[in-house]
Design a protein around this ligand. Structure first.
Ligand SMILES: Nc1nc2c(ncn2[C@@H]2O[C@H](COP(=O)(O)OP(=O)(O)O)[C@@H](O)[C@H]2O)c(=O)[nH]1
Ligand SMILES: [Mg+2]
Length: 682
């Protein structure tokens, strides 16, 4: 039987890499009785990091679905990766849930991806609960992190817990809502209830008042009674808090230690009470007129079961043994079993109702981002809003003849993870493999080898330079050959001049009196366009040129299209050399977010990469730097930023325009290209 939509809670567990999300999901599943042991990252025994690659690297590379029952509710938990390279899965998860559980480290506080994901949750108007984890670690400090949350994420972050003790002397937590305390369960299921320690009384009072202030702020009736000095009951405060969280007006901050299962009971309560059910909130994506709709936000390549399509039911019920329509493909898909996932385990069920999250195996042509309906309908495909790839490599198969296998393997990987992209650069002719970070691309390469049996090499890609001219020039070329019988004769006179936008190509026929017959003039144009494919500076395509064919000559017997094509091409080369040609390079705009203490180093490094600073925006310990940098200088930026910031930086970039390459750099590129050409012909 399908779960009632009012009894479902969908929660994406998100945050920066290494904050303990996977461990926390593990603890919640254990606490709720969905599993009977507490797996660990070190032993590779958690429910959500079930993939071989994840266990080897000891980090989540992929979104993972699990669920548990708590207070008679079904909680669907989507554990997500927090590494910049794999953040696409976290972004996709936030698109299909009502609530987000943000996990932050009690040592590191708010990190780059935390902020980035918070903005996404904001866009989706999601209810949010924050869990400050790892309070048993050295230099962990709950109150400092609370301050950072309020400053960097929202002033409506308010503590509902306080830790008892700190670092390795952390013994338990105080629940500010119910005014009780309990001990760390140390791997047991339940912590033991204890007295609130006397030395914490003052602090507990202070933070309980802050909590009450925040709650009554959202409830007028309660506010009036509170201001009149009335003592508010625990239940009514809890109720008002729940409503405020549901509406996204208050973000409760809980705390604990995932690996010791401390704080999970209270956390599960918060999620069940604060996150609205699908029934209450309504579908995150509405599809007009559809009785049944499911949105695919994740595709898993399962080593045994094949392709697993993970979806959120937006409307209606997905039933086993049914047929669905893929809106993008306009094709029918056969649904066999409907699955509930618990990490790598699949539990067949007969149906999944509205608001629920589950999977089906072995669909033919369905990929991440697709919409499945009960019948063909003219609707728009919803967008997940994946980030654009920032790291590109040229990729070639190690074995000759594997090109097709490589391409089809990469196509499959892209269907599963749309942030892995492959394309051919028309300018350089290279196959490019692009992703969100160096590790992201490396993992794709490992999968290519393991799953599709193709080994590939990655190289730094060539920069897609262009060439253009800076002034007008004129040249005439006569192509003439006399060999035995019929000869060759073509003669043309051209003027070339720069086009204002430095783009495109124009051919203007200015021939008067038929000195070149009409039928040969297109051949001149063709010859010129061929010559422009490889400019004489560095072999890059030439653009931004207007060519005027002004004069010429022909021969009644010897002229041919071929002869005029060659004459056109030679004339262009001569004119080009005199037209002050220049190399153009792609300029990228970067948005880099780094901790304040790395700003100096990052800016210095940008400077050495010919970067131009556009602006800086500091915000609560992190600074966002905007800059323009030539693409040639940032091909391997992902590694550099990692080392400059100790892994705490992040960036996005996109192409803005082409610009002239400065003379001293241009010379080097021209020389390199000459050497390459010589080596190729030697
Ligand atoms: N001391 C301590 N270690 C933790 C805690 N939570 C997680 N860890 C460890 O931190 C590392 C990263 O945890 P993981 O759950 O993979 O983080 P994720 O990347 O956010 O999923 C692992 O080695 C965990 O064992 C905690 O509360 N205390
Ligand atoms: Mg993880």
């Amino acid at each position: 039987m399908a779960h009632e939509p009012g009894k479902i809670r969908n929660v994406a567990v998100v945050g920066h890499r290494g904050t303990g999300k996977t461990s926390l999901v593990e603890a919640m599943l254990f606490q709720a009785g969905a599993t009977n042991r507490l797996g660990t990252i070190d032993a590779g025994s958690t429910v959500s990091d079930w993939d071989e690659d994840e266990q080897r690297r000891q980090m989540s590379l992929s979104g993972s679905l699990a669920h548990s029952e708590w207070q008679d509710r079904k909680i669907n938990l989507i554990d997500t990766p927090g590494d910049a390279g794999f953040i696409g899965d976290a972004i996709a998860a936030l698109r299909v849930v009502e609530g987000a559980l943000f996990v932050v480290s009690g040592v590191m506080g708010v990190e780059v991806q935390t902020g980035r994901l918070w903005q996404r949750a904001e866009q989706g108007k999601l209810s949010r609960v924050v869990f400050v984890n790892m309070l048993d670690r050295e230099r962990a400090d709950f109150l400092r992190v609370l301050g950072a949350l309020q400053e960097q994420l929202s002033e409506h972050c308010v503590a509902v817990h306080l830790p008892i003790g700190s670092e390795h002397e952390l013994t338990g937590i105080v629940d500010l809502l119910h005014m009780c305390a309990y001990e760390s369960p140390e791997g047991q299921k339940e912590g033991k209830a204890v007295e609130i320690p006397a030395e914490l009384q003052a602090q507990v009072e202070e933070y309980r008042t802050k909590l009450l202030d925040a709650v009554v702020e959202t409830d007028e009736a309660l506010m009036e009674r509170y201001l009149e000095g009335e003592e508010l009951g625990v239940e009514e405060v809890a109720h008002a808090l729940k409503d405020a969280v549901t509406r996204g007006e208050v973000f409760p901050v809980a705390c604990g230690v995932a690996t010791k299962n401390l704080g999970t009971t209270a956390l599960l309560d918060l999620l069940v009470e604060g996150v609205p059910s699908p029934q209450k909130k309504g579908a995150p994506i509405t599809i007009d007129g559809a009785d049944m709709a499911a949105f695919v936000f994740k595709t898993i390549a399962d080593p045994f079961a094949g392709r697993i399509t993970v979806f959120r039911v937006l409307a209606g019920t997905v039933k086993a043994d049914s047929t669905l329509v893929n809106v993008r493909e306009h094709g029918k898909e056969r649904v066999g079993q409907v699955l509930e996932l618990q990490g790598k385990e699949h539990k067949p069920t007969n149906e999944l109702g509205p608001g629920d999250i589950g999977a089906v195996a072995k669909l033919k042509d369905t990929r991440t981002g697709d919409l499945l309906l009960d019948a063909e309908r003219d609707v728009e495909l919803p967008e997940i809003g994946f980030p654009e790839p920032v790291m590109s490599f040229a990729v070639t198969p190690k074995a000759k003849g594997d090109e097709e296998k490589m391409a089809s393997g990469l196509r499959r990987l892209n269907e599963e993870d749309p942030t892995i992209q492959m394309r051919r650069d028309p300018q350089t002719g290279e196959e490019l493999l692009a992703g969100l970070s160096q590790i992201h691309v490396e993992v794709a390469v490992e999968r290519l080898k393991r799953r599709f049996g193709v080994e590939v090499d990655l190289h730094q890609p060539r920069v897609p330079y262009l060439e253009t001219i800076r002034k007008e020039a004129r040249a005439r070329h006569r192509y003439k050959k006399q060999t035995g019988g019929r000869g060759q004769f073509g003669d043309c006179d051209i003027v070339i001049e720069p086009l204002p936008e430095r783009e495109g190509y124009e051919f203007v026929d200015k021939i008067v009196g038929g000195v070149i017959p009409q039928s040969y003039r297109p051949a001149v144009d063709k010859g010129i366009q061929e010559a422009m494919q490889h400019g004489e500076l560095a072999g890059a395509p030439v653009q931004g040129v207007r060519v005027k064919l002004v004069d010429g000559q022909h021969h009644n017997v010897d002229s041919s299209e071929m002869a005029f094509k060659i004459a056109g091409s030679m004339a262009f080369k001569d004119a080009y050399a005199k037209a002050d040609p220049v190399l153009l390079e792609p300029i990228m705009e970067l948005e880099i977010t780094v901790p304040d203490d790395s700003v100096g180093a990052v800016n210095g490094d940008l400077n050495s990469r010919r970067g131009r600073l556009l602006g800086m925006e500091p915000r609560g310990g992190m600074t966002t730097i905007k800059a323009e940098v030539p693409m040639a200088e940032i091909l391997t930026y992902s590694q550099s930023l990692t080392s400059l910031t100790g892994g705490r930086g992040d960036y996005a970039m996109h192409f803005v325009r082409y610009e002239e390459v400065p003379a001293h750099i241009s010379q080097r590129i021209v020389d390199d290209s000459k050497k390459e050409k010589e080596a190729a012909t030697a």
